[in-house]
Ligand binder design. Structure first.
Ligand code: FMN
Length: 308
């Protein structure tokens, strides 16, 4: 069965809602299982003021009974605490709504493109949904998906590779305790400190910084995804998922970006039969060949622009 999800909700509306369809029956699911991922999304150095207002928690309203999933659609709700300050501006009722139209469109936000698309005369109608607040709902859906993957021994984790001009040296084996301890989720401590300083300096200048994050899925069995059709290739599906994150402007799989400048002899992973199992001597392809997982960890990098 295909797993899919839809989200709804405005950034300063009453709540975000996510419906997750395709999770099998019998998976243990409690609200507290979703807290860690939502908290991680809110962390980091140099966050905006909104993160101080919100304390995201997902409320399970459908699809679970007695702590176990039912196989029916799962509905999660995340309240927007900031809504209290925006009740009139965001009122659903025509008699209650107070409009103060935003007409000065901001560079790098979805304001102008969205106003042209939907014929809006108020950028608020655009930014409320284009805002990255929506990703809180995705994180809640992803946290449920990770619980399912855990049942099969899969582990999905991420770290920060660079922020602005600071690029961390990344060893083959990631120190995940150091990642969790770093305010910017960087495994290399000197780089982590330099990143914090770079963020502070940018803030001081009234500027912003982008960066690169890496997601690694371990324990992935060979054979997920298919070259059968363009839209069944897992590399394409992962690139779409990452590029759909607001402000994420590029995606690379494995050493994809670096490989473009190297000769083939330094790029391809040689399969070997080793100690009773098939593996590759290297994992430059990031665990995907032909859009199919090849048994190595899946490694995906996302490139964020500096936000407006
Ligand atoms: C950390 C972060 C904060 C954001 N804050 C806002 C915001 O305050 N207001 C807004 O309208 N969009 C916000 N966004 C959304 C994006 O700025 C914007 O919709 C998007 O970057 C424009 O489209 P793009 O994905 O092509 O860059 C934010 C995105 C991120 C990643």
């Amino acid at each position: 069965m295909t797993l899919r999800f839809l989200t709804a909700g405005e950034s300063h509306g009453e709540r975000l809602t996510v419906i997750l369809d395709g999770i099998p029956a019998g998976l243990t699911l409690r609200e507290e299982d979703l807290v860690l991922d939502l908290r991680r999304r809110q962390g980091g150095h140099g966050r905006g003021g909104r993160q101080q207002i919100e304390q995201d928690a997902a409320h399970i309203v459908a699809g679970v009974r007695g702590g176990l999933t039912l196989g029916s659609p799962i509905t999660l709700e995340i309240a927007n605490l900031d809504w209290q300050n925006w009740r009139q501006v965001m009122a659903v009722d025509a008699a209650e709504v107070k409009r103060k139209p935003i007409t000065r469109v901001r560079p790098g936000h979805a304001d102008l493109a969205g106003m042209l698309k939907y014929g809006a005369d108020d950028a608020r109608n655009v930014l409320e949904r284009a805002s990255a607040r929506e990703t809180a709902a995705r994180v809640a859906a992803g946290a449920v998906a990770k619980l399912l993957l855990n049942e099969f021994g899969l582990r999905v984790r991420s770290y920060t590779r660079s922020i602005g001009p600071i690029e961390a040296p990344i060893p083959d084996s990631i120190d995940w305790i150091a990642v969790d301890a770093s305010p910017v989720r960087c495994p290399d401590q000197p780089s982590s400190e330099a990143m914090v300083a770079a963020i502070d300096a940018a803030r001081e200048r009234g500027d912003t910084l982008g960066g690169v994050f890496t997601v690694i899925a371990e324990g992935v069995p060979p054979g997920l995804g298919s070259y059968r059709q363009w839209d069944t290739r897992l590399d394409g599906l992962l690139a779409q998922a990452i590029a759909s994150i607001p402000a994420c402007k590029a995606v690379s799989i494995g050493d994809g970006v670096e490989a473009a400048a190297l000769p083939g002899s330094q790029v391809h992973d040689v399969p070997v039969y080793d100690d009773g199992r098939l593996r590759h001597q290297t994992n430059r392809a990031g665990g995907l060949t032909g859009g199919v997982t090849n048994g190595e960890p899946v490694v995906v990098h996302g490139f964020m622009k500096p936000i407006s």
